[in-house]
Design a protein. Structure first.
Ligand SMILES: [Zn+2]
Length: 363
């Protein structure tokens, strides 16, 4: 389903290069080219530069050919590889043909309407995926609310992600590119990665000059070189940090969502052993996290919650109800603090679709 290319032996640093889009998803379009082709070419060139200059780095590509890969699968590849850095490559579009330049996003909510437009476009690819509603838990790339509801998973890597992003932007600027700065918004592809990560909008295909630049081999090489230089700076920065102080902390391995590796697993573990009678029970799910949260975590907003594990995520729930209406009442109450919370149903320890649960309950 996806390509998994590994080059060179691991020297302790793994980078994932993620050329955006692919296959049936062409990304944005220039007058004479497609985003998916441009970013693949840049990604391959970037990989070559890293391989030849830093042969100890393990390089993994989410794709090396023109294939379609789901957004969450890209994060799964990176998490499974326990990567140290995730670089997603894209090209931008604007209705104003004069707009040009490069910017680098990290995950965050520092939103502007312009960022939002970019995030919407890059996230819209999930509409091409089957079952995207289940897979992304109701996330609708076109709904502003979906973005507001977003809960952070990347908090721990924020500083490093921004560091990398600013090093890349610095190199773009030195190459004479227009620096559209480091930005933050909700990009699904970054959301589930468990490492520093950034999404680079390498330039505008809607600008004639920039399209020519990004289409040309020389332009692609320069973009790849700028990113490579940012990468080299970032690595040097990490090495300085780890030798100068013991402050460089990687999360505990058990908190690493490498278990995500089994995306189709439907195995569910439940922690709460509260005795509930046989039959259907309902709970209100308030959020999902790629790592186990402490009870004082600000993500829980002071709410006491149980959790279960599913597909590599810790999913937090409130309450146990035997009637849907009671659970739904709780959901309404919680929605002030957790706007995207929803009711989940269980039968004999197994999660079941909510509609089937309601039908069964009404019998
Ligand atoms: Zn894109």
């Amino acid at each position: 389903m996806f390509q998994f290319s590994v080059s060179a032996a691991s020297g302790g640093f793994t980078v994932v290069i993620d050329p955006g889009h692919g296959g049936k998803d062409s990304g944005t379009k220039g007058a004479t080219c497609l985003e998916k082709d441009i970013v693949l070419a840049i990604g391959l060139k970037l990989g070559e530069l890293i391989a030849s200059n830093q042969p100890d780095v393990r390089i993994i590509y989410t794709r090396k050919t023109d294939v379609f890969i789901e957004l969450n699968q890209r994060a799964i590849i990176a998490n499974k590889a326990k990567a140290d850095l995730f670089i997603s490559l894209h090209a931008d579009h604007s209705d104003a043909p004069g707009i040009r330049g490069a910017c680098t996003f990290t995950l965050g909510q520092n939103r502007t309407s312009e960022n939002m437009a970019i995030a919407k476009r890059e996230n819209a690819v999930i509409l091409l995926e089957d079952n995207y509603k289940q897979r992304y838990e109701g996330f609708d790339p076109n709904s502003a609310e979906s973005y507001i509801m977003f809960e952070f998973m990347q908090e721990n890597y924020m500083d490093q992600s921004v560091k990398f992003a600013s090093m890349v932007q610095d190199k773009f600027r030195r190459s004479g590119r227009i620096d559209r700065s480091v930005r933050q918004d909700v990009f699904l592809v970054l959301r589930c990665t468990s490492m520093p990560s950034a999404l680079i909008e390498t330039g505008f295909l809607s600008n004639a000059d920039e399209e020519q630049y990004l289409k040309s081999s020389a332009g692609q090489e320069q973009v790849a070189m700028d990113i490579y230089r940012g990468f080299a700076d970032f690595r040097a920065h990490l090495q300085r940090k780890s030798t100068s102080a013991a402050s460089m902390v990687k999360p505990e391995p058990q908190d690493h969502p490498a278990e995500i590796a089994k995306p189709d697993s439907t195995r569910v573990e439940r922690r709460d052993s509260a005795k509930v009678r046989e039959g259907i029970v309902y709970k209100v799910q308030i959020l999902a996290s790629d790592r186990k949260l402490t009870p004082s975590s600000k993500m829980l907003k002071g709410q006491e919650a149980d959790f279960y594990q599913e597909k590599g995520f810790y999913k937090y729930t409130v309450g146990t109800y035997t009637r849907f209406n009671d659970a739904d009442r709780k959901r309404k109450e919680l929605s002030a603090r957790f706007p995207d919370c929803f009711v989940v149903a269980w039968k004999e320890g197994k999660k079941m679709p909510i509609e089937s649960a309601k039908t069964e309950e009404s019998k």
